[in-house]
Structures are given as C-alpha cells and as structure tokens.
Design a protein around this ligand. Structure first.
Ligand code: BEZ
Length: 417
C-alpha cells in the first residue's frame, strides 16, 4: 500500500499539485489512504491493472552519434510512466527497446523487430530524420500508431504526413525559422557562414534559417558528415572569421561535441561577432561533455531551456535530476511529453486501442502544460506547436554552462507545405 500511495502522490505532484499545497491539507499517510480510497487514484488499484499489457516499442539510438539523445528520451519517457504507476487505461505499460543506430537499414530492422517479433501496440522514438522518414511507409501501411519523439524531418508534417504518426518533438523548420530575422534585426548580423551535419536535418535547419535571414552567406557551407568519427580540424578551419559576422550551426550529439572541442582548441569561434544555431548544438547533453570549451554567448533557438521559470519545468528538472544525477536536456523533455501523450490517450479510450481511429483521435486531442510550455498538436500537420525560445549560453554560478532565455516566439507551427 505504501508504494501505491507514493505512486499516487508522485502522480499528483507531476500533474501540478504543489507539495506545499499538499502539506497544507495536512496529508498524513492515513489521510492519503483515505484520499486514495475516495477515488483520487484512478487507475492504480491495489491489485493493479486488469486489462492486457500495453506493449510499447521504443526505437531509439543507443549507439553512435545520437546515443545520448536516445538515452535521454528513454529516461524522460520512463520517468513519466513511473510517476503514472507504469499503467494507463487499466493496462500495464510494458516497454521493449530496439537500437535505431544511424543507418536506415538498422533503423528499419529495429522497427520490424518490435512490430513483428515483439508484437507491440504502438511505436515511439526515432531520433534521426532519414530514419523517421524511411520507416514512415512501413508504419503507415501496417497501421501502427506511432509517436516521433525527436526526428524533425519536415516531410512528416507535409507531403508524408500519416494518419498513424504524430510528432511530439518539432519539425526541423521550427527552431531555425525565427533565428534568421533575430540575427539580422536584433543582432545586426549581415554575413553568415552555414555549418551543418550534411544530411536531412542539417540541410532542412539551415534552409529554414535562410527563409528569414536577409543578409548574405559565406561562399562555402561547412558540411561535415553525420556521425563524423574522423578529424574535425579541416571542417573547423573552413570557417572564415575574417569574412563573416557569424556562423549558424546545426549539429547534435557527438558531432557537436567533437566540433566544439576542436573549435575551442583552434580559437575559431571566439573571432566571430556571433555564434548561432539551432539549440541542439549547445544543448545540455553537449554542455555536460565539453566543459570549458562551451562557446559562451552563443545564441540559439529551441523549444525548451533548462532555465525556464515555470512550475512544470522546475518540477520536471528536480525530478529528473534526482533520478539521474544530472540535469535533463531537451530530449528528456520530449521523452517525458511522449510518455504523457501515451498515458493520457490510453486513459481517454479506457485502454481500448483496438479501435485505432478512436485511439489516434485521443492522441490528437491530448494537450497539457509541459516543461516546455503549452503542449498541443496542430491538426493540420500532426506536429506539436512549439514556443521557440531564443537562448544565450552563459556560465551560471549555480547551474554551470547553460542557456538563458533572452526572447520568446510563441505559437511556432510548421507551415505544412
Ligand atoms: C534529426 O535528424 O531530425 C535530428 C537529430 C538530432 C537533433 C535534432 C534533429
């Protein structure tokens, strides 16, 4: 019983009940027991859920360039399930994982493993754009309800939209679109060199930035391959600080770590007026790995920052920190929100996922206050509408290297075409 009471309390705290409010109620263990008995704990009875297990297939990278991203998303999602008592709609949530890796063939094999061998009811995951897009037809034709928990490929909100696929993260267009005009109008940047991992997400991110940047571009883009395991020197040396005001960068995971370490060693970024990019480039996973190589002052756009001053964010950050001994990153937030969409949709249909239309409709209608701000799907694109925070990298006396919000662009929705 004590475990159930703890689960109940944890869930209420995550739903927004303030611990002080709770204590003001004079809640003791006995009081909690009474509250639970009155129906406060909706799905968690002493004997547990009685419906069939809900099998969730998580396809995320646990190796190579995006391994840390996959681990953070998984941590965030499992943390949400844990506070929900690992159940929803009278069904126990049972997770099976497969490694997305980098190459599409491996990501396809991982998807087939969870669908065909494990027989999952739903799939969640995908970090890299080509892997989400490359699995789209299989998931769509097999009618597998799917939540994309990171991959930003624009086509999934446009020509390749599927009735079976919703995205809880972002489209590649979203974080970068407000940044072109921000650099030109607010930071008086006139010339930019584009630097990006040379694959779908990098190309789409800088393409989106270009839509709103009115200045000119350095002659050659700097385009290291995705998952670069070689020397970073030639790529960093291609940046021409004497010819441009700024760089605009898309890189993430170990690519961002390798690039930033080398750029610090060569002193390249310090010679620029502005270092800018989509926020993955200097997100907490990267900052935690590069220490003093952090490009302090970098200005980036993203749909979350560790320092967001909301109750939902503070609760999430302290819960995550307590469980994992390190601060969360944007990927953990996406995992947490993905978990919440699953739990709320399952509760809404009372666990009846056989009626896929009803389950997908329930997914589309989930909305809540997330650590990132208001969370809701855009019915035109099946993609989440995000607030984009313009962030400045600082060394905070308490938090260390982190991103502070310096501007806010609400209601950024992918254009859908
Ligand atoms: C992508 O491939 O879509 C992606 C990967 C890492 C961070 C952001 C986007």
């Amino acid at each position: 019983m004590a475990e159930e009471l703890k689960t109940f309390l944890d869930r209420r705290l995550a739903e927004g009940m303030d611990r002080r409010d709770f204590l003001k109620l004079g809640a003791s263990t006995a009081g909690l027991a009474a509250l639970a008995a009155c129906g406060g704990a909706t799905t968690s009875g002493p004997s547990g859920p009685t419906g069939p297990d809900f099998k969730l297939g998580i396809v995320l990278p646990y190796s190579q360039v995006y391994a840390d991203l996959g681990n953070s998303i998984t941590n965030g999602m499992l943390l949400y399930f844990e506070q929900a008592g690992n159940q929803a709609g009278n069904r126990k949530i049972v997770v099976t994982k497969a490694d997305e890796q980098v190459a599409l063939a491996d990501a396809v094999a991982a998807t087939k493993k969870v669908v065909e061998q494990d027989g999952v009811d739903m799939v969640a995951g995908y970090v890299s754009s080509p892997n989400a897009n490359g699995n789209r037809n299989y998931l769509d034709s097999n009618k597998i309800p799917t939540l994309i928990a990171n991959a930003g490929v624009n086509a999934l909100s446009r020509a390749n939209k599927s009735a079976f696929i919703y995205r809880t993260s972002f489209s590649n267009w979203q974080p970068s679109h407000p940044m072109g005009s921000y650099l030109y109008d607010k930071l008086a940047v006139r010339t930019v060199q584009l630097v990006y991992a040379n694959y779908g997400a990098g190309i789409e991110s800088v393409g989106s930035f270009k839509e709103t940047f009115k200045g000119s571009f350095g002659s050659d883009d700097v385009k290291p391959p995705l998952n670069n395991t070689g020397d970073w020197t030639p790529f960093v040396q291609k940046i021409q600080p004497d010819k441009v005001d700024a760089v605009y960068v898309f890189m993430s995971g170990t690519d961002a770590i390798g690039f930033l370490k080398k750029a610090n060693e060569l002193g390249t970024l310090r010679k620029l007026k502005v270092v800018a990019g989509s926020g993955f480039f200097v997100e907490q996973d990267v900052l935690g790995a590069i220490g003093d190589a952090a490009p302090v002052g970098a200005v980036t756009g993203l749909h979350w920052a560790l320092t967001l001053d909301s109750k939902e964010n503070k609760d999430f950050v302290s819960r995550y920190q307590k469980k994992h001994g390190k601060p969360p990153d944007v990927f953990a937030v996406q995992g947490w929100d993905t978990g919440r969409v699953i739990v709320e949709a399952l509760n809404a249909v009372k666990g009846k996922t056989d009626n896929k239309d009803a389950f997908l409709k329930a997914i589309s209608q989930v909305s809540f206050k997330s650590p990132r701000g208001d969370f809701k799907f855009d019915p035109a694109t099946n993609n989440v509408i995000n607030t984009i925070y313009v962030r400045k990298l600082v060394k905070d006396p308490k938090l260390g290297y982190t991103n502070q919000v310096i501007d806010t662009v609400p209601g950024v929705a992918d254009p859908g075409k």
